[in-house]
Write a protein that binds this ligand. Sequence first.
Ligand code: C2G
Length: 166
Amino acid sequence: MSGTEGLWAEPVEEVVEEVVAAMRFILPDRARMPRMPRTVITFGTFDVFHVGHLRVLERAAELGDRLVVGVSADALNERKKGRAPIFSQRERLAIVGALKVVDAVFVEESLEQKRDYIVEHAADVLVMGDDWAGKFDEFADVCEVVYLERTPAISTTAIIEHIADL
Ligand code: C2G
């Protein structure tokens, strides 16, 4: 069937163009609309804070307008890593919360609550280091999920071992 046949007196292409032109007057101009701030969320223990932690937070902040960080509770760290963190959750929250790229911090009580935290903080993007690659893909229905490359050759465990050997 050609564009001029059927119910339309005018060719279908022309009717579509007219409808689109008319809609420009009805729909707001997106370019002029105020953009919603984009919230980024990330999680971590951030024990013995080092430059790898700083870099991932800086790069996470660049992906939005507001960075919210869930800092693992002491009890969660013990469950995850089988040992108490060197710095308490109070100290780790204070350190991460004082960074200029971080807008808000909260305690991450359990890994299972991740979806609730994302929704509660209205996060648009979840960022994690690529040691977690693929682990949080299930949240792609509520936010964008991004894994950033880890900073090579530095880790809390390596620092602790290095100091212990001095
Ligand atoms: N990180 C990094 N480069 C490093 C070390 C860490 O980019 N050399 C990143 C990790 O990938 C993570 C963040 O820094 O995104 C925090 O690292 P950890 O404190 O080791 O966090 P972790 O104990 O893995 O806790 O719900 C998830 C957990 O709370 C993540």
